[in-house]
Structure formats: structure tokens, C-alpha cells
Design a protein. Structure first.
Length: 136
């Protein structure tokens, strides 16, 4: 889930950074992503809640960035998408607590996942949305 949401949210924010003086409709954004506008609106609501974008109603309405692209780090986007979860998930069932591997599996995986997520965040904190946008 994090993989696709990170791509979608980064795409949305990159578009808004490219056209920072304009309000973009969810239909226009969805056209660039080649996905249903409903999925875009879901992510727009999350971005608005985080204070990254604003919306305007009406014929010339849409959304636009309210933060400067250079002030948004890709690590912020990663954390927004990831939330409280790890990038990787645990098995839906609990391992057997009587097994020497099973009783420690989730604990050891959580430690590994914490390290992975910290490394991802460290890598992404050095790149701003503006830096990423400038690659296009």
C-alpha cells in the first residue's frame, strides 16, 4: 500500500509544484496519473488535512500547494503515506508462541522494519519536492 500511495502522492505534489500558480482539478491530476479521480480526491483530502495544499470551489477551482516545494521533503511525503505503520507488514496470523522462531519473529521483524524505515526516511530527507520536480 505504501508503495503505490507514495507514487500517487508524489505525482500529485509534483504536478502541483510544476503548476504552482494554478489550481488543478482532480480530473486533470487523475488524467496525468491515469487513474480514477475518486482516488485522487482521497489523497487530496489527506494532503489538505496535512496543510500541504488548499482547495478552491467553483468553475476555476481545484487544488494547489500552500507550502513551497523547496520546503517539502520527500521524507515528509513518505511519513504521511506510511503513517504509524511500517513499510512492510507482519503476517495476519500470530506465529506460534511455543516455537523458538515463532515467538520472536514479530519482534525481530519490527526491529528490522524500523531500521528499514529509518534508512528510507534518511535517504528521502535530502531531497525536496522542488529537487524532484526539477528532474522533469
Amino acid at each position: 500500500m505504501v508503495k503505490s500511495r507514495f507514487a500517487i502522492v508524489t505525482h500529485i505534489l509534483t504536478l502541483l509544484a510544476m503548476f504552482d500558480d494554478d489550481y488543478m482539478s482532480s480530473n486533470d491530476i487523475a488524467g496525468s496519473l491515469n487513474i480514477n479521480p475518486v482516488l485522487v480526491r482521497k489523497e487530496i483530502a489527506a494532503l489538505k488535512k496535512q496543510g500541504l495544499i488548499e482547495s478552491k470551489e467553483g468553475k476555476n477551482g481545484g487544488v494547489k500547494l500552500i507550502k513551497k516545494a523547496e520546503d517539502i521533503k520527500l521524507s515528509q511525503i513518505f511519513n504521511l503515506v506510511k503513517g504509524e505503520n511500517f513499510t512492510f507488514g507482519l503476517a495476519k496470523n500470530d506465529p506460534n508462541p511455543k516455537c523458538p522462531v515463532g515467538r520472536q519473529m514479530n519482534s525481530n521483524l519490527r526491529n528490522l522494519y524500523r531500521t528499514i524505515d529509518n534508512n528510507i526516511e534518511q535517504t528521502l530527507k535530502d531531497t525536496s519536492l522542488k529537487d524532484f520536480k526539477n528532474q522533469f
